[in-house]
Design a protein around this ligand. Structure first.
Ligand code: COA
Length: 350
């Protein structure tokens, strides 16, 4: 459905955005397409450095930095609901998109650490935002959850079932980390990031998604309901993560009608800097096209991609119209890659 001029709204703060160069995908995709129009991030205040971990674990700052790239992580306060962080990220994303809570049709929160078994986090986010007309649902696809949630949001928009969807990745992994296990304790952190997904006549939008799963490997990374601690075969996870993310990203690029040279920034789940570098290398991406912020936030599971997107934009690495390749891999195994254009246009009502 084409948007008329009267349906277009000016962004509240940004300057006029330029149309990106036409891509081959534009010739194939017609009609209403979902795209990302705003981003927001929220991190807990408390910083835990590698030096803090060294005080109580048999490890060293040098080992952690060399093997993972992580220098510090943020940890949520014991009495802070995760839904608060999620709502803050969502509110910032709405503000960034120039949208109000009243316009939101659906809120999808990806998390494996909801505050309660039920209800999920999304209903509390709706309440905190005052999103009275929104439906709300949690998604559990571990570290790949944000990519899955984004794919679902895009489907809602492109089918005409929703006009504005908030997609949030929010995790309090510190609550399911074994803080005495040096093999995992240094890896995880907490945080929340969100994007606003809406429709318009876009050239790329949410252009190509490839999702997959293989539960024969489920015992490589899991948390039991009783114990509630993440357990992992690090080396196996490492190996599978690179292979799956490379294959899924290559296929997603092809589905979007693009080539690897069209990708401006690769924003992958921040699991380990060596995984990120190896994946980018295999894809043929130069280091300057790889987004890395794991040094400051560690592995925040499904919050990691939207947190990295917010940071990349803040640092001037993401400009309107940029082509972004997203990729994530995690427990399940479950993985997914997607190609999105970054704030391709001033936002357009469907
Ligand atoms: N400090 C010091 N030594 C440590 C350590 C730590 N924090 N953690 C593990 N080691 C030791 C191990 O005990 C082992 O010692 P050994 O050889 O005497 O038995 C040695 O370091 C190597 O352990 P290994 O697990 O093989 O290390 P690694 O190079 O594979 O790195 C991970 C470990 C966890 C960093 C790495 O496997 C990884 O990042 N895996 C993927 C994690 C991930 O992405 N998880 C989430 C997916 S969403």
């Amino acid at each position: 459905m084409a948007a008329t001029a009267s349906e277009q709204r000016a962004r509240p703060t940004g300057s006029a955005q330029q149309s990106p160069a036409p891509h081959r995908a534009a010739q194939r995709r017609r009609g209403l397409q979902a795209g990302i129009f705003g981003v927001g991030a929220a991190l807990p205040e408390h910083v835990v450095t590698n030096a803090d971990l060294v005080e109580r674990l048999d490890t060293s700052d040098e080992w952690i930095v060399r093997r993972t790239g992580i220098r510090e992580r943020r940890i949520i306060a014991p009495d802070q609901p995760l839904s608060e962080l999620a709502a803050r990220a969502c509110a910032l994303a709405l503000e960034d998109a120039g949208r109000t809570a009243a316009e939101v049709d659906q809120i999808i929160v990806s998390t494996i650490t909801p505050d309660r078994v039920t209800p999920g986090v999304a209903p509390y986010v709706a309440l905190a935002l005052g999103a009275e007309h929104a439906s709300a649902v949690d998604v559990n696809a571990a570290c790949a959850g944000f990519v899955y949630a984004l794919d679902q949001a895009a489907a809602q928009i492109e089918s005409g079932r929703a006009r504005v969807v908030l997609v949030c990745g929010a995790e309090a992994l510190s609550r399911i980390t074994d803080h005495d296990d040096r093999g995992t304790a240094m890896l995880f952190g907490d945080g929340a990031g969100a994007v606003v997904v809406a429709g318009g006549e876009l050239e790329i939008g949410c252009g190509g998604f490839v999702l997959g799963t293989d539960a024969t490997q489920a015992d490589m990374l899991y948390a039991e309901r009783d114990e509630q601690k993440l357990r992992m075969e690090g080396r196996e996870v490492y190996r599978h993560a690179i292979a799956r993310m490379v294959a899924a990203t290559s296929e997603a690029i092809e589905r979007a009608g693009l080539t690897i040279d069209d990708v401006d920034l690769f924003v992958a789940h921040q699991a380990n800097v060596r995984i990120l570098t190896a994946t980018a290398n295999e894809l043929g991406l130069p280091p300057e096209k790889l987004m890395v912020n794991i040094d400051r936030v560690a592995n925040t599971s499904s919050a990691s991609i939207p947190l990295a997107l917010a940071e990349a934009e803040r640092d001037g690495r993401l400009k309107p119209g940029a082509i972004v390749a997203l990729s994530a891999f995690g427990a399940g195994f479950v993985w997914g890659s997607g190609i999105v254009s970054w704030k391709e246009r001033t936002h357009v009502c469907a």
